[in-house]
Design a protein around this ligand. Structure first.
Ligand SMILES: [Zn+2]
Length: 398
């Protein structure tokens, strides 16, 4: 491919809308527009990645520090939009909203008799716990939903110090929406003072910590009142007992007990369904230096960036064309910078675009039958005899 075929436009400055260095370099190197649309070079690179994806182990060959489970693959990155729980010790990886963790039950207690107490203006767990002088983990948090497919009323209980994960709830009951006050009242519950005790036509769903938690404060289903000492099994029971609460950073890994990290991540793949644009961004985020991209050989759209420095006496361009054809015939993919630009501009663009190798055809070298060869991440270039250039390139790329 020639520079002019791809109409590559590089930029000297990072776009001012760049949230990450990787995105900034993809725009500066001419892979993406600043509106995040792939250019011809970007499309060519995405096509190359799609082509590689016929290999089931393709993601593993891209030198990306991914985290994954059987279903999904992520790249942790600050600007990522998905929170992922990850255990650095055993590599357990799961979307944070679905991650399981080890829960610590409160010490077991004898079940005490129910006691109705006046709790004015206690509309939140915090206010209730403060008013009664109990820790939040001694309260039952009530959440009420209506199932979309059958309008069934669903009453959920988690321990008062924990948050419900709606994603986990959905796995057990399907799609829901918050119940209306009318629906809550129809079940026999009182909004703000609700418990599952004595409700009609209600699907009760509790977090698996609730059956192990004795003497919780819960609503009395009467405005202004709560009940002390509600106990699962004695006072109510549930159709579904499951892990329903949201994991947080520092919670204990379900497999090994070590603390989980919560990592902002980019979603790269679900099974064999790849997000190629995210993979390109992931490559740019993890493979760049101060001058531009440093793409790994497997992912780079071209093996070689070929350029010529205009000569005073010799036609370096004709010689570069010849080398271009030789390399391509040898199965080496080449981006030929065929522009009439100063050498400095081309060197900068070669660094920006980030092909693994740069081959420079200049008058001084040609006089001795040589060209310059420079791996992207090596400072010094080496002179190589033109007859040996294919062999040399292949040995470096191997
Ligand atoms: Zn673990």
């Amino acid at each position: 491919m020639k520079f002019s075929n791809l109409n590559i436009q590089t930029q000297r400055e990072a776009p001012n809308n760049a949230r990450t260095e990787g995105f900034a370099f993809l725009v500066r190197a001419g892979y993406l527009t600043r509106e995040n649309v792939p250019t011809k070079l970007g499309e060519h690179t995405l096509a190359h990645l799609r082509n590689l994806a016929s290999d089931p182990a393709f993601l593993l060959h891209l030198s990306l520090p991914v985290i994954n489970n059987e279903a999904e693959t992520f790249l942790p990155i600050q600007s990522g939009s998905i929170e992922v729980a990850h255990c650095p010790a055993c590599k357990y990886t799961e979307r944070l909203e679905l991650a399981h963790f080890v829960k610590t039950p409160s010490p077991p207690e004898d079940e005490l008799p129910l006691e109705k107490v006046l709790t004015p203006d206690c509309h939140t767990i915090e206010a209730l716990a403060d008013f009664l002088g109990v820790p939040k983990e001694k309260t039952a948090k009530a959440l009420m939903y209506t199932r979309l497919d059958d309008n069934g009323f669903i009453f959920v209980i988690v321990r008062g110090d924990m948050q419900l994960s709606e994603a986990k709830l959905k796995q057990h009951v399907g799609e829901t929406r918050p119940a209306t006050t009318e629906e809550i009242e129809r079940s026999g519950a009182a909004a703000g003072y609700a418990s599952p005790i004595g409700l009609k036509n209600t699907l009760i769903v509790v977090d698996d910590l609730i059956p192990q938690s004795q003497n919780l404060v819960a609503g009395a289903n009467e405005t202004g009142y709560h009940l002390r000492n509600t106990n699962y099994g004695r006072d109510y029971s549930a159709e579904i007992v499951a892990d329903l609460v949201q994991a947080r950073a520092g919670d204990a890994c379900i497999n090994c007990g070590n603390p989980l990290s919560a990592l902002s991540s980019l979603h790269l793949a679900a099974g064999k369904e790849y997000h190629f644009e995210n993979i390109l961004l992931a490559l740019a985020e993890t493979h760049h230096d101060t001058k531009g991209l440093t793409l790994p050989h497997s992912a780079a759209p071209f093996d070689v960036y070929l350029m010529q420095v205009p000569g005073k006496e010799m036609d370096t361009r004709a010689k570069a064309e010849e080398i271009y054809n030789t390399l391509q015939t040898a199965g080496i993919s080449v981006l030929f910078d065929d522009r009439e630009e100063r050498a400095g501009v081309k060197f900068n663009d070669a660094d920006l675009i980030g092909c693994p190798l740069r081959v420079t055809v200049g008058e001084k070298g040609l006089k001795g039958g040589m060209v310059e060869l420079k791996p992207r991440q090596v400072k010094e270039n080496q002179l190589v005899q033109i007859q040996k250039v294919v062999e040399e390139i292949n040995s470096i790329l191997k």
